[in-house]
Design a protein around this ligand. Structure first.
Ligand code: PIR
Ligand code: CA
Length: 315
């Protein structure tokens, strides 16, 4: 079992990442920490608790972190995720409580008390992780590795050059990418292969559980906003790709590269400048290039099925 801390900003695809982590026997989800990104921190934190409530996630710490980027003003993605950050399904009152600790302190505590077996999986802006690195630099040695959704080497989705998670807090990303830990960048080049097609949604719907209904409603809302905003027929489900890489590294191909974060460009702020040829510097990242699409969706469908299984709920 691989232990992970999922640092997220739910977010439709963050919600799918929570479900994949919780429903996969290869993963022990130690904590869900939240950050401002897709929506404000109060909303992403409420959404994490909502997803946990529907999925019956009760033994996982949930803690709220930073409510804005290190230096810049927060820019949200309400145009994709809606006013609530998780528009589409309707939720009752969440029954899962927030831990009183700040996510940055919780991340530090969990890593420092560990024997080096915890993987960080950030799927939002990297503010919490950068703050944790600055407050307790020994976490760099303690973390087993960091596998993040963010960046891209061929495209942007927020500007022509920049992916949203890096664009929102490039200074934080610069800290994380230069920290010196084993880092995997699962960027848009990879996640745009993970499309929630009608066939995939049919498989999930056929499971017929509350969690499968939640997943389908989330993906149907995501489909509409993605169609309107980006001209996709089926929406790319970014964040669970990072979790899938931890579950089974063979689910995607990665290539070593030097990745620098652009923080000053007039048109390119937040760009992950990726050098596969060693001109700019030594390798600091494994960069995801090619997804085993069938294997990815099998992992996702199996996880949702497992969450719905009575044996899991009873335990
Ligand atoms: C997705 C996101 C933000 C903006 C758009 N247009 C689409 C969120 C997702 O939650 C994911 O983590 C990452 N940011 C993809 O850029
Ligand atoms: Ca996200």
């Amino acid at each position: 079992m691989k232990k992970i801390i999922l640092d997220c900003d739910p977010g439709h695809d963050d919600a799918m990442a929570i479900l994949l982590a919780h429903g996969s026997p290869e993963i022990e989800l130690v904590a869900i920490t939240t950050v401002a990104g897709n929506q404000t921190l109060d909303k992403t934190s409420l959404n994490a608790r909502r997803v946990c409530t529907v999925a019956g996630i009760r033994d996982v710490l949930v803690a709220a972190g930073c409510d804005r980027p290190l230096i810049r003003e927060l820019k949200t993605a309400a145009y994709i995720h809606g006013e609530s950050g998780l528009d589409g399904p309707s939720f009752g009152e969440p029954t899962v409580a927030l831990d009183p600790r700040h996510a940055v302190d919780l991340i530090i505590e969990l890593l420092m008390q560990s024997n080096g077996d915890i993987t960080l999986v950030p799927t939002g802006p990297l503010t919490n992780i950068a703050m944790a690195v600055r407050k307790e630099p020994r976490i760099i040695q303690k973390a087993r590795e960091i596998v993040l959704m963010g960046g891209a080497y061929t495209r942007g989705n927020t500007t022509p050059a920049a992916e949203f998670n890096i664009y929102v807090d490039p200074e934080a990303a610069a800290i994380v990418f230069t920290a010196g830990w084993p880092l995997t960048m699962v960027g848009l080049d990879l996640t745009h292969q993970a499309l929630a097609t009608p066939a995939v949604l049919q498989r999930i719907a056929a499971l017929g559980t509350p969690v499968s209904r939640l997943a389908v409603q989330l993906m149907e809302f995501f489909r509409e906003t993605y169609r309107r905003n980006s001209g996709f027929d089926s929406p790319p489900v970014h964040d669970p790709c990072a979790v899938a890489r931890v579950i089974d590294p063979k689910v995607m191909h990665c290539v070593d590269a030097f990745v620098a974060i652009e923080t000053h460009g007039e048109f390119t702020s937040g760009m992950t400048v990726t050098d596969f040829s060693g001109r700019l510097g030594p390798t600091n990242a494994q960069v995801a290039t090619k997804l085993d699409v069938a294997r990815f969706w099998d992992l996702m469908v199996d996880a949702i099925e497992r969450i719905g299984a009575p044996a899991v709920r009873a335990s």
